[in-house]
Design a protein around this ligand. Structure first.
Ligand code: COA
Length: 388
């Protein structure tokens, strides 16, 4: 006879839906003080890094735990520049991927495929993992630029291996087929610095979980890319720009807000699991969006719409905008196609993900939480003929 008990089998510790407030790792990479809206990489305040550092120096800081000397930085940049190439067979494979693929799906599969072209892919030593981290940081922007040119049927632009070229400058060059202005290169570089690390966000947690099984870095990073693809995570920048395009004019912001409230739709680019006050990155991105709008009067409306939307959502819902909100108009004015925005997030987050992979691997314990079981506990097996 079927014996069915619907009781929750509770583990010793409390249940935290969505792992909210659960401490799942020890880390010295990123400090987030959500109450005081403070973010620091290895103890260095994000505003200072955005102002004075650059992506390569910040990546060094994340991966190696200290700011580099001038010589160490030169050496690090040279290592990245030397990896700015994609194997011919790999590019051939990429060209066979569907041209209408979702850009993040393309990147996820490309990162996974890249492992086949790395003779060290299964070498788990810390030295090989570090080299692979550099490879991923160097090659990801190339994959994205090639994807964009391939789907547009345009000729592929060879990367610049000159170490004096920043990753941001090389990416815009490969995307456009000509050099961007210094201001644009610097804006993208600053965007990378602001987005490159954020503790145990969902994609980094995925990367650490994969690392904890002693799987390889390509598996961890392709998992992270797939996680970042979600609308509640990295794709919020694309969804935000879609909202701005839907609004189209500053006079229509109010009706957009009213309609979204009536339909109980989420405002993309607003809210955060950790920051209940302002997201500290948003103020830097707001300034960047304003500077770009001022320099490009034809595109100024995107900033005006964003500013009004931010104000109204605060008034109506007391929600602050997050990192993705002003990222949207920054990337749009930089000429990045809207559906490519999240791949830019992935390019920058690569340093954070790989730093966490190295840290997890250096003092590993398998990540294996438990669920709060809410199903039936004792059921008698019924032969298939007797089931109704
Ligand atoms: N628009 C409208 N309401 C929102 C909201 C948003 N962007 N973000 C949160 N809220 C509301 C929720 O509806 C919920 O209200 P309720 O308690 O009345 O149901 C409350 O605020 C708490 O939100 P919740 O979704 O439980 O918080 P969370 O910590 O699980 O979610 C996010 C955080 C980021 C997933 C959430 O804010 C969100 O979906 N934002 C939009 C997507 C986005 O911008 N993501 C990028 C994050 S950097």
């Amino acid at each position: 006879m079927e014996k069915k008990e619907l009781i929750a089998v509770s583990p010793e510790s409390a249940f935290h839906e969505g792992l909210e407030d659960v401490i799942a790792a020890e880390s010295s990479i990123c400090l987030i003080d959500g109450k005081n809206s403070r973010l620091a990489y290895r103890g260095y305040d994000i505003h200072e890094l955005a102002e004075h550092s650059n992506f390569e120096e910040t990546a060094y800081l994340l991966l190696l735990g200290k700011l580099p000397t001038a010589r160490e930085l030169e050496d690090f940049k040279a290592k990245i520049a030397a990896e700015r190439e994609l194997p011919e067979g790999f590019v051939k494979l990429l060209s066979s991927f569907p041209k209408n693929a979702n850009p993040m799906a393309f990147l996820r599969s490309a990162v996974s495929t890249l492992a086949f072209f790395d003779s060290e892919s299964e070498d788990k030593s810390p030295e090989a993992n570090f080299r692979k981290a550099i490879r991923l940081i160097a090659k990801t922007p190339l994959i994205v630029a090639y994807f964009e040119r391939m789907r547009q049927g345009k000729e592929l632009i060879a990367p610049q291996k000159d170490a004096s070229w920043s990753g941001a400058k090389n990416f815009l060059y490969m995307l456009r087929g000509k050099e961007a202005s210094e201001v644009e290169n610097q804006m993208l570089d600053k965007y990378y610095v602001l987005l490159t690390e954020h503790d145990l966000n969902a994609s980094t947690f995925t990367a650490r979980t994969v690392a904890s099984t002693q799987s390889d870095i390509y598996s961890a990073i392709s998992g992270a890319v797939g996680t970042l693809k979600g609308d509640l995570h990295g794709s919020a920048n694309t969804r935000t720009m879609e909202s701005l395009i839907e609004i189209d004019d500053v006079s229509k912001v109010e009706s957009f807000v009213e309609q979204s409230l009536a339909q109980k739709k989420k405002f993309m680019g607003f809210g955060h699991r950790i920051y209940k006050g302002p997201d500290p990155r948003a103020s830097d991105l707001r300034k960047m969006a304003k500077a770009l709008a001022d320099a490009n009067p034809g595109q100024a409306k995107w900033y005006a719409i964003s500013e009004k939307l931010e104000k109204l959502v605060w008034e109506k819902k007391k929600l602050n905008c997050n990192v993705d909100f002003y990222s949207a108009s920054v990337l749009y004015i930089l000429g990045i196609p809207v559906d490519l925005f999240t791949t830019l997030f992935a390019i920058s987050r690569m340093a954070g993900w790989t730093a966490h992979f190295l840290e997890q691997s250096s003092h590993n314990r398998l990540i294996r939480p438990v669920s709060l079981y809410t199903g039936a506990t004792h059921q008698a097996y019924v032969p298939i003929q007797k089931r109704s």
